[in-house]
Design a protein around this ligand. Structure first.
Ligand SMILES: [Zn+2]
Ligand SMILES: [Zn+2]
Length: 283
């Protein structure tokens, strides 16, 4: 599975390793020997049931049992004329086994790019022409949360500061974040933490952070205008705070001067969501 939780510069959780594979189809099957659920990605071309029957060698990640038409069936209670791979009965079983996993689109599995779970195809709503399964990128649960997020009054309390909200914010900002030129950032902030003034060393990566001035939890992407240089400690205090809840008025003015950010927005007393568009489909 490619799910990895990592913290990026703003301290937000995000799911890496999906990227362009967001539409990939997965095979999901329960091991005949130990009943473990096995999942693996097959990319963006669905399997042909007959080819799969003839060529598949699916090894269980738990018990190593090889699912192949050349393997005897691992059912001790069955008589050997049913489990011997030379028997027609065994071959009929294998044929059906591979057909069930590959014949219909609905039999495949898919990874949600918001929560990262690999779920049966039917956990995703339809979206024509998106990948071989023609499904949405997010599972129905996450989609429900995204829709709630876009209507924040209704569920503001429930979603406030929760992980799901951060993930969704990241999802919505995917492709919007710029790569920050670190040399240039240090030069602009005179090699100092903007909040504390402490001198920072660009080469000591664990001592500094890039502050996402307008937080990604309010759907602001990381851009040159939205990046400040902070010490690790200062950034731990800033986190997802709205700029006026962390910086003094004087600091806000200075910050707007350094970065070119919109001072009126920075100095607002209450957060404002401005970016609420869905990401473009990735082909
Ligand atoms: Zn197994
Ligand atoms: Zn999900």
């Amino acid at each position: 599975m490619s799910r990895r939780k990592t913290r990026h510069k703003t301290g937000l959780l995000r799911i890496k390793g999906i990227g362009k594979k967001v539409h990939d189809a997965w095979i999901g099957y329960v091991c005949l020997a130990c009943e473990t659920l096995n999942l693996f990605s097959i990319g963006n071309t669905l399997l042909d049931p007959n080819d799969t029957y003839n060529t598949a060698e699916w090894r269980c990640k738990e018990c190593d049992f090889l699912h192949s038409k050349d393997s005897p069936l691992p059912f001790k209670e069955w008589p050997s004329e049913y489990t011997d791979p030379d028997s027609i009965k065994c071959q009929r079983f294998w044929h059906a086994f591979f057909r069930i996993a590959t014949e219909n689109k609905e039999a495949y599995w898919k990874q949600c790019n918001a929560c990262g779970r690999i779920l049966p195809s039917h956990a995703f709503s339809k979206h024509s022409e998106w990948g071989p399964l023609e499904k949405q990128m997010e599972c129905r649960s996450c989609k429900g949360a995204i829709n709630a997020y876009l209507n924040p009054k209704r569920t503001k309390q429930q979603l406030y500061e929760s992980n799901i909200r951060r993930r969704i914010a990241d999802l919505l900002l995917e492709g919007e974040n710029e790569t920050i030129d670190i040399d240039e950032l240090f030069k602009r902030f005179n090699n100092r933490c903007f909040k504390t003034g402490v001198k920072l060393d660009e080469n000591k990566r664990s001592t500094w952070e890039i502050d996402h001035i307008l937080p990604s939890s309010w759907l602001y992407p990381l851009t040159k205008e939205n990046a400040a240089l902070l010490s690790k400690e200062a950034n731990n205090n800033k986190r997802n705070k709205w700029p006026s809840h962390f910086y003094t008025n004087t600091e806000l003015i200075k910050l707007a001067r350094i970065t070119g950010a919109d001072l009126e927005l920075l100095s607002r007393k209450e957060p404002l969501v401005t970016y609420v568009q869905q990401p473009e489909p990735k082909k």
